[in-house]
Structure formats: structure tokens, C-alpha cells
Design a protein around this ligand. Structure first.
Ligand SMILES: Cc1ncc(COP(=O)(O)O)c(C=O)c1O
Length: 452
């Protein structure tokens, strides 16, 4: 087994939480001692005593203690294109995965209504045993043709796709090498698989190469996992180098294209199109239907054998209901729109590049972002990031902060999701306001942020 990696997000998150816990321990209400004999309880269990509830308590206490309104779970009262109505006011939205602006498409709305009329709103059973619908095959054919693989399979959730996929592919005799910034769903899949795992420094294929030179022969199979576009930082891996490394060490490569499909490549076909790598040179491509495909669910794309393996063995597919007809129809219509209107992809690319250029011009720190659909503005302090998010909302912009423990406090940030439908003036106005607030925040004390 490889040594426990200190950069492992699971361990990193635990130590960040331990710090926060120490800070807030004194505010914890003292709970009554639990009765020795649980069977004697006359009332149901109080889940605020659950060990994991301390994280919830910390989150609530943080905003209450500091007197700062929490930006999380903001309720939208209505949606209109790139606008949301929040607290009675329309604001421009920079927190949506709808990269290609399809949520507002009349074609998608009609397809969903027709599908509900024809098939109802639920698949009503697992596909294996009674829930298979003609639409599922239609979507999977479109997806595999779009991506350039032999076959594809859709699941009801993107998160569940990763858990089922990774835990079906590898087991206790195998090793997973995973990028340190990979999504939680990938880590959950690794945990469920029982495989050994090591996180590698973000995007560092040379590190993977060295690790495999030293360790490859200790494991039956090795799976290397990267993402096509990282959703916290907006950067991409050097896919060609990862393909070369996994080939030389007889490993498999999996790419999570949740944020890169529809975004990268001239036609939006993801990182393989963008980096000119043939899709069949990557063993496993997965993605979600919830972003550019404007629906809900996930998919795996690859060889016929990989898809058969998932179809018959992946627990999140076999033991879960089929994707509903309206969701399937939305994704079918989305693939058709993207094929018919490649200018959406082009517009998104120019919005992303323009945003990054303008932000840098205004002195904002965009970190590693390459200007594709996701761009952070690093603030470097969780409280200031929350304060800025709240002030931006008042100024008419919905932009969410990413704070500790999701990222270390020193890289707390505002994260901007961009879409093909944002206008040049949207970018100008939100960035000017952000730059103004960024300067104000520099000199603000905690008390001033709480009051202001
Ligand atoms: C990289 C990545 N993979 C998987 C998922 C899970 O997808 P879904 O939200 O569609 O369940 C996400 C979610 O944002 C993600 O960012």
C-alpha cells in the first residue's frame, strides 16, 4: 500500500475541519449525557447529537457569530434566461452550469413536454427489469456519436455515475492515482472500491510517471483519473502527456468531462477534441447531463465491453431506476441543439476568454484559470469572499463564494460560471463591481464586514 498522502483532499478536509472545530468548540451547546440503554428512549433520536452534525453547527455558527448572511442555499423565486429573481429583485446569474444557455430553449421545453405526455414522468423501474425505454438508447447513441466512442450508458445522477463506475472498475488488488483537485464523487467511488489510492499533485503527469515506475508491478490494474476542466480553478490537464504515461505503464486513463463537455473543442466535444487526442486512446470518459446537456444524470462513454460491464455490473445502474423520459428527452434535444448550433460553443469560448482578460486587466487574481466557462477570483480570505458575494448580490449579481474547508482559507474565492448568453456588458459590470469590492475588502475589519 502506498503511504497516506498528505495532499489527499480527504485528509486535508479533515485537518481544516479540526481547526474550525477547535475555534468553535466553546460555542457548542452542552448536550445531556446519552442514556446507557438506548432501548429506553421514549422519544426519537435527536440528530443534532450525531457526530457529523458538528460540521453543520460550525457552518451555522460561523455566519451567526460573525453577523454575516450566509450566501448558501439562496432561494431563487423565478428564472429568466441568465437572470434569477432573488429577494424580489432580478439579478444576473454567474452560478449556473447551463454553459450553453439551453435551459431557456423552446426546443428543449417542447421535447420535455412531449416526452412527459408520451412516457409519463418516471421510468418506473430499473432498466434491467422493466424500465428500459426507447429514448434511453436514442440518447446513448447520440452521446457516443457526439463524443466519438463506440458506446455510452446513462445513469440517473452524475455523482452516482462516478461512484458506480470507479467502484466497478477497480478493487482491493488495484491502485488508483487521482488528481488532488478531483471531484468528491470520484473519491467516494475510490473509497467504495477498496482499491489503494494516491492523490497526485494537480496536473502533474511527471509525478504519475515516477510513481508508476516505482509501483506499477505491485498492482493488478492501475486507474489514473483526471478531469477535463477543473471546476474550482478552470484549468485543464495536458491530456496527451497523461495518455503517454498510462500507455507506457499499462494503466487505464479515466477523464471526468463534467465541465469540459460542450465547453472544450471546436464543436464542444470535450477535452479530446480540444487537445486533439483520439477518444479511443482514453479508456473511460464520463460526464454529467446536468451541465452543458441541461438535464439531470450522468453517463459513461467508451468501448462496447466497458459499457456492457457497466450495464450488467455497476450497482448505481443495475439497482437504480432508469433515467426519466423528460430528463432523457431534454438531454437528447440538448445534443441536437449543440450539433445544430456550434456557435453557442464559440460564443461561450469568447465570453470565457474575455472575462479572464478583463479580470486580469482590473488587477484581479484569476489563479490558474484558462478562461473556459469557469473562472475564480481569488480573494484569499473566506469571510471576505462571503462579504463580497453578499455585496455583489445587492449590486445585482449572483456569484457564489468557495470557502474553507472546501478550499484552504488562503485560496478562498468567488467562482464565476460563464455561459454563452452572458453579454459583454454583463462581464464589464460584474467585474468592475468585483474589483471595487476587492479593494474595499482589503482594509475591512471583521467588525466592519459584519456591520456593512
Ligand atoms: C467533476 C464533476 N464530476 C461529477 C459531478 C457530479 O455531477 P452531477 O451534479 O450531475 O451529479 C460534478 C458536479 O458538479 C463534477 O463537478
Amino acid at each position: 500500500m502506498p503511504p497516506q498522502d498528505k495532499t489527499d483532499p480527504i485528509s486535508k478536509r479533515q485537518s481544516l475541519l479540526a481547526n474550525l472545530r477547535r475555534t468553535h468548540e466553546s460555542q457548542k451547546p452542552v448536550s445531556a449525557p446519552r442514556p446507557a440503554n438506548v432501548a429506553q428512549l421514549t422519544e426519537s433520536y435527536d440528530f443534532s447529537e450525531h457526530p457529523a452534525y458538528s460540521e453543520v453547527r460550525i457552518a451555522k455558527a460561523a455566519s451567526q457569530t460573525l453577523g454575516v448572511r450566509s450566501p448558501f442555499f439562496r432561494v431563487a423565486e423565478a428564472v429568466r434566461g441568465v437572470e434569477l429573481k432573488i429577494d424580489g429583485a432580478w439579478v444576473r446569474n454567474f452560478a449556473s452550469y447551463d454553459y450553453l444557455g439551453l435551459n431557456n430553449s423552446k426546443d428543449l421545453h417542447k421535447s420535455v413536454k412531449d416526452a412527459a405526455t408520451e412516457w409519463g414522468v418516471s421510468a418506473t423501474a430499473s432498466r434491467l427489469v422493466g424500465g428500459e425505454r426507447r429514448l434511453h438508447g436514442e440518447l446513448e447513441n447520440r452521446l457516443s456519436r457526439f463524443i466519438g466512442t463506440d458506446a455510452a450508458l446513462v445513469f440517473v445522477s452524475g455523482h452516482a455515475t462516478n461512484v458506480a463506475l470507479v467502484s466497478t472498475l477497480v478493487g482491493p488488488n488495484d491502485l488508483v492515482l487521482v488528481d488532488a483537485l478531483a471531484h468528491n464523487s470520484i473519491y467516494e467511488g475510490i473509497r467504495a472500491s477498496g482499491a489503494a489510492h494516491t492523490t497526485f499533485p494537480h496536473n502533474n503527469y511527471a509525478w504519475v510517471d515516477k510513481q508508476l515506475t516505482e509501483q506499477r508491478d505491485r498492482y493488478a490494474n492501475v486507474l489514473v483519473i483526471v478531469e477535463g476542466l477543473y471546476s474550482m480553478d478552470g484549468d485543464t490537464p495536458d491530456l496527451e502527456q497523461f495518455v503517454d504515461v498510462k500507455n507506457r505503464h499499462n494503466a487505464w486513463l479515466m477523464v471526468d468531462e463534467a465541465h469540459s463537455m460542450g465547453v472544450l473543442g471546436k464543436h464542444g466535444r470535450g477535452i479530446t477534441e480540444e487537445k486533439n487526442v483520439r477518444p479511443e486512446h482514453v479508456e473511460v470518459i464520463m460526464g454529467t447531463l446536468s451541465k452543458s446537456f441541461c438535464s439531470c444524470g450522468g453517463y459513461v462513454a467508451g468501448s462496447e465491453a466497458l459499457i456492457d460491464l457497466m450495464r450488467y455490473r455497476a450497482p448505481g445502474f443495475v439497482y437504480s431506476v432508469g433515467l426519466s423520459a423528460p430528463n432523457t428527452a431534454a438531454a437528447i434535444a440538448a445534443v441536437d441543439r449543440i450539433n445544430a448550433e456550434p456557435d453557442r460553443v464559440e460564443r461561450l469560448r469568447s465570453v470565457g476568454q474575455k472575462f479572464r482578460e478583463l479580470a486580469i486587466g482590473l488587477g484581479l487574481d484569476t489563479g490558474e484559470s484558462q478562461g473556459y466557462a469557469v473562472c475564480p477570483v481569488i480573494v484569499g480570505d473566506s469571510l471576505k469572499a462571503v462579504w463580497m458575494s453578499n455585496r455583489l448580490l445587492e449590486a445585482g449579481f449572483n456569484v457564489l463564494p468557495i470557502i474553507s474547508p472546501a478550499v484552504p482559507d488562503k485560496s478562498a474565492r468567488l467562482r464565476f460560471f460563464l455561459t454563452s448568453e452572458h453579454s459583454a456588458s454583463d462581464l464589464q459590470s460584474v467585474l468592475q463591481e468585483t474589483a471595487k469590492l476587492r479593494n474595499q475588502a482589503k482594509s475591512l475589519t471583521i467588525a466592519e464586514m459584519a456591520n456593512g
